[in-house]
Design a binder for this molecule. Sequence first.
Ligand SMILES: C[S@@+](CC[C@H](N)C(=O)[O-])C[C@H]1O[C@@H](n2cnc3c(N)ncnc32)[C@H](O)[C@@H]1O
Length: 212
Amino acid sequence: MEPGFWQARWETKQIGFHEGKPNAYLVKHLDRLGLAPGARIFLPLCGKTRDIAYLLGQGFAVAGAELSRIAVEELFAELEVVPEITAAGDLLRFSAPGLDIFQGDIFALEAETLGPVDAVYDRAALIALPPDMRPSYAAHVTAITGAVPQLVVTIVYDQSLVGGPPFSVPAVAVHALHDAGYRVTHLDAVTRPDALKGQWEATEEVHLLERR
Ligand SMILES: C[S@@+](CC[C@H](N)C(=O)[O-])C[C@H]1O[C@@H](n2cnc3c(N)ncnc32)[C@H](O)[C@@H]1O
């Protein structure tokens, strides 16, 4: 999607993707990442997800990348934390103890700026992107994180019924993106009649990616 699409979503508060509570699959499967206490987890396309508060509460450090300054400012406001804001390459870094959010285009975020991370948690990030953007997104996230383990939450539905985002990303597409670099393990699949925008049947799937 064009950046303007997402900026408009945040400006007009069309953020139906925002859950307002920790994601159930993150809570259920976080331990599969095998992280040590204090590990640093990267959330690409993080929005203002409450998963960040959850991970901080579990004793992890968090890094995120988010295009919208509105989202980042709302994230910190809801955390009741005042960030320090500094330049970080072509992006801005909003920081607080244990937390760095890089505001800007994730494709402009470099590994040196991000710093070391121990895992990636992708919820509503890969599925936010149309098919033609996914290979470069997947390669970029792998490149800037050093192919650490990833927990990836996707949604699968009949794309002919309705357009994205979120886009349907079946397991075969996850394999096509990642088989060369990762062993892909399917952790979960839950089908609900209203899982897509409260109106359409869809299956939420969870994949664990571990470096080959
Ligand atoms: C579907 S939302 C998901 C947000 C979050 N992961 C969640 O679970 O609530 C996708 C987010 O990606 C952000 N985004 C889209 N393109 C981006 C880009 N190129 N760089 C950084 N963030 C981007 C949007 O502003 C939006 O907040």
